[in-house]
Design a protein around this ligand. Structure first.
Ligand code: UDP
Ligand code: MG
Length: 313
């Protein structure tokens, strides 16, 4: 019999977890009734401040298929997904959000595709960003344009974390052990054959999204610095261009002074140049600083997450 593991990162999802469990159970029992598979649900409690953990444990008491991992504090969705993948024993592994934004009815389609097609992973993307604030979708679009220009690894706009993949691919993802994780890029990095299916965006069932605009901005920067060093090249090139301009300026000024002498004019242009050049310098230093900061974090080699308790085998 085959086993399908479903990893569910949960942060303050006390309302969503029971609904999620019920809906997925119903859907799966119905869709997979003629197929010889079993499921396991791995709920990762990412340091929730509400009763998420208690609710997961209640489910666990009544259903052996439910397992849990609980972090000592909030480590973020990336860490939660990693911990869940690590615990998953399934021949196929899926990642789903607790808020039912990932329709469980797709699981059977994904499973059939994986079994019959020549794929290692069936991934989902949203057809549109309906129901999302306009500014947020605008920035999201810009982000995907920029990152796909800069990085060799393709990142699909609207890609969700919702996927079903083979054990082998999940193992490869676990082999990427970097601290600054950006899973959408890591999927691209590990390769394998991926088939995309798209669906209409579904709004969250209960609660609110925990991703503030600021958190998303930071996540986007994470994505860029984790998967491309092109910004470093851009800043070097800019530096070179401005050096060249400055050099030409210096020659022109020297020649001008030699021929016409130096009245105290030239202040405005000088101030302009100082501003411009120091601006470029600060910009470049900022970019370098970003990479340095990431290197610093990687070198420290801290654990991705700390488990306070979990379901024992
Ligand atoms: N999540 C998490 N840790 C966090 C933030 C979110 O485990 O620090 C989980 C959350 O419980 C949910 C999933 O990640 O199951 C997606 O989060 P959310 O719905 O807030 O994001 P959105 O759908 O708006 O991208
Ligand atoms: Mg959501």
């Amino acid at each position: 019999m085959e086993l399908i593991s479903i990893v569910i990162p949960c942060y303050n999802e006390e309302k969503s977890v029971p609904i999620f469990y019920k809906e997925v159970q119903e859907q799966v029992n119905n869709d997979f009734k003629d197929i010889d598979v079993e499921f396991e649900y791995i709920f990762v409690n990412d340091g929730s401040k509400d009763n998420t953990l208690e609710i997961i444990k209640l489910l666990e008491e009544n259903d052996k298929k439910v397992k849990h991992i609980s972090f000592s504090r909030n480590f973020g969705k990336e860490a939660a997904m990693y911990a869940g993948l690590e615990m998953a024993k399934g021949d196929f592994v899926a990642i789903m959000d607790a808020d039912l934004q990932d329709p469980p009815k797709l699981l059977i389609t994904m499973y059939n595709e994986l079994k019959n097609g020549n794929y290692d992973c069936i991934a989902t993307r949203r057809k549109n960003r309906k129901g999302e604030p306009i500014i947020r979708s605008f920035f999201a679009r810009c982000f995907y344009k920029i990152i796909n220009k800069l990085s060799d690894i393709e990142m699909v706009d609207g890609a969700r974390d919702f996927r079903l993949m083979t054990k082998q691919m999940a193992k490869s993802i676990l082999d990427v052990k970097e601290y600054n994780r950006y899973l959408k890029g890591i999927y691209g990095f590990v390769g394998y054959n991926t088939k995309w299916i798209s669906y209409e965006n579904i709004e969250r069932k209960t609660g609110t999204s925990t991703w503030s605009f600021w958190k998303l901005m930071k996540y986007a920067l994470e994505g860029i610095t984790a998967f491309t060093t092109t910004p470093l090249i851009i800043s070097s090139i800019m530096g070179m261009i401005f050096c060249l301009i400055a050099f030409i300026f210096i020659i022109v000024i020297i020649i001008k002074t030699l021929i016409y002498g130096d009245p105290t004019s030239g202040w405005p242009s000088m101030i302009c140049v100082i501003f411009l050049v120091s601006g470029v310098q600060l910009f470049s230093m900022g970019i370098i600083g970003q990479y340095l900061a990431k290197t610093y974090l990687e070198v420290k080699n801290r654990p991705l997450y700390i488990i306070k308790e979990k379901t024992e085998d």
